[in-house]
Design a protein around this ligand. Structure first.
Ligand code: GUN
Length: 290
């Protein structure tokens, strides 16, 4: 039987309409509207698209979106002073600095400057720590989106083997921790570029999360029959057209013949990241206005 396709676009839309109702209720009960400030430094085309999508999604959910566009040659001090201003601005509930930042800017320093109560990406060490302790203020958007895809598609994780391929701070590491936490209860392995016999490790997975950033690296023979395969990768590859083609970290067609569930690229995890960002912005607003 071919895999069930997990439609991230549809699930994200469902979450966004649930959030829109909660935002309307929030506005009725508070003298404030949830507000996300997004900061974009430079002209990176992919970042421009991401930020525009985040703005539109905010507005569609009834939230306020404020975009701060800074030139590519912005200095670290200039960016830090904008963040200090946004930290103090009572109308701003969430702050997002789009990554990557230009090379003259120390990203770590910038992310640490965002007040943890407004850190809707959940990248600040305080928020990483709280999540690690099982007491999250915010969950990081992409791993949280993956959990929602699993839950809303009826994929059981308790007692199952999960393998996360990739050990990034943004996806791999938090994904591993969250899948192992109470409520999700998976037995989790974190694999990466130095893993010996990656194929054999992947074949043990009832839930396989691919977040390595290498186009179609996970092939059909690496998948356990019936597994849930979640593809976090978004890679642009040359297919002879000017824009190229978007592919995931999983070789989709071959994987779909073996897997029980699979997420497409695009239209899988991507839309969920934005939905969870909106969720965090509403959480931030509720905590600040309380
Ligand atoms: N660049 C790529 N993904 C992300 C993300 O989730 N948050 C931010 N701020 N920048 C990104």
């Amino acid at each position: 039987m071919p895999a069930q396709i997990i439609d991230g676009k549809q699930i994200a839309q469902q979450i966004r309409s649930e959030l829109a109702a909660e935002v309307a209720e929030f506005i009725e009960n508070n003298a404030a509207t949830p507000c996300l400030a997004a900061v974009l430094v430079g002209e990176d085309p992919a970042s421009q698209v991401y930020v525009r999508n985040k703005e539109r999604a905010c507005e569609a959910a009834g939230m306020v979106s404020k975009l701060f566009r800074l030139p590519a040659e912005t200095t670290q001090d200039e960016l830090l002073s904008l963040i200090a201003k946004l930290n103090k601005d009572a109308e701003v509930h969430g702050i997002l600095v789009q990554l990557p930042l230009p090379p003259q800017i120390d990203s770590e320093r910038v992310l640490r400057a965002i007040h943890p109560s407004k850190d809707v990406d959940a990248f600040h060490p305080e928020n990483v720590g709280l999540m690690t302790l099982g007491k999250p203020r915010f969950l990081p958007c992409t791993p949280h989106g993956v959990l929602q895809l699993l839950k809303r598609s009826g994929v059981e994780t308790a007692g199952k083997r999960a393998v996360v391929v990739g050990r990034s701070d943004i996806v791999g590491k938090p994904m591993t921790l969250l899948l192992a936490q109470k409520g999700w209860d998976a037995t989790v392995t974190i694999a990466h570029s130095r893993t010996t016999d990656l194929a054999a490790v992947c074949r043990e997975a009832d839930v396989l999360v691919a977040a390595v950033g290498r186009p179609e690296m996970i092939t059909g023979d690496m998948i356990k029959p019936g597994a849930a395969v979640i593809d976090v990768g978004i890679n642009r590859v040359d297919n002879g057209t000017p824009k190229g083609k978007l592919v995931g970290d999983v070789a989709y067609d071959a994987a779909a013949e073996v897997a029980g569930w699979i997420t497409p690229v695009p239209g899988g995890v991507g839309p969920m990241t934005i939905a969870m960002l909106l969720h965090n912005t509403l959480t931030a607003a509720a905590a600040i206005e309380r």
